[in-house]
Design a protein around this ligand. Structure first.
Ligand code: XBP
Ligand code: MG
Length: 257
């Protein structure tokens, strides 16, 4: 039986609740800077999250929600420019440190590091956004805690395709059976599942909490803390009340028998 060797984290919705008050706000600020009268409301953004990746999301918005917009001849260049501004806006927002890590994230990262488990990231978001979040929420140098960061356009097919998880496994030099992934969305779950990776869902955000997570070993509201135990929505809850390495190893063993 394979031993657990690495934890692989999604970013948006998993490490932190970044979509509604981070990415959405940054998109709207970028539209304003570009002199566009577009505004993505909280509800509309939920619909737009059907598509992963910011550039892809802008194109989807034009295709489905703003079909009358007079498109520039170089639409790809226009979208890329808007998205660059959105990334800059997002980084400025993150630097203010207003979006914290979700409960249990810092604790589990620390425990994994002490136990010499490797850490990795598998996300569709732009790499600069990952560093902006990590640097604003964890101690200096925390980027080095992660052996592999799979992010953004590094693979052409974003989640729900399995490519980003397959890329991360290749870079780690590990088999799917040696890692556990943490996700918050149906797209992320499909991606991890298609790559053959055991995954845990941790979600409390309005955008993803009622999605289909039937392939996940367990669905929890958070990773939990000693003082604030998890609420288990599906699967076996941690006896301690929070996700730790004992729980993860048991879960992995149970799934593989
Ligand atoms: C996250 C996303 C990202 C962000 C935007 O999905 O869908 O596209 O919303 O990021 P996941 P960019 O959590 O499954 O990785 O604008 O940088 O693309
Ligand atoms: Mg996510």
């Amino acid at each position: 039986m394979a031993e657990l060797r690495a934890l692989v984290f999604d970013v948006d919705g998993t490490l932190a609740d970044t979509e509604r008050d981070g990415h959405r706000v940054a998109f709207n600020r970028a539209f304003e800077v570009a002199g566009l009268d577009w505004h993505w409301s909280v509800a509309r953004y939920g619909e737009l999250l059907t598509v992963t990746g910011g550039k892809e999301r802008i194109r989807y918005y034009l295709d489905c929600f703003n079909v009358d917009f007079e498109r520039p001849a170089d639409l790809d260049g226009f979208i890329a420019g808007l998205h660059r501004e959105k990334t800059a806006q997002y980084m400025t927002l993150m630097a203010k440190g207003e979006i914290p890590l979700r409960p249990g994230v810092a604790r589990l990262l620390d425990e994994a590091r002490c136990a010499d488990l490797r850490l990795a990231i598998a996300t569709t978001t732009t790499p600069e956004n990952v560093s902006a979040l990590i640097e604003s929420t964890l101690p200096r140098g925390a980027m080095d805690w992660f052996d592999v960061i799979g992010a953004g356009d590094i693979v052409p097919a974003k989640k729900p395709a399995p490519d980003i998880y397959q890329w991360v496994l290749r870079e780690l030099g590990l088999a799917a059976a040696q890692v556990v992934a943490f996700e918050d969305s149906a797209h992320g779950v499909t991606s991890a599942h298609s790559a053959g990776i055991e995954h845990i869902v941790v979600t409390t955000n309005d955008y993803t909490e009622s999605q289909d997570f039937s392939s996940a070993s367990v669905v929890l509201d958070t990773l939990g803390e000693p003082q604030s135990p998890v609420n288990c929505k599906n699967g076996v809850a941690p006896v301690s009340g929070f996700v730790d390495l004992v729980y993860l190893r048991n879960l992995v063993d149970a799934e593989r028998h």
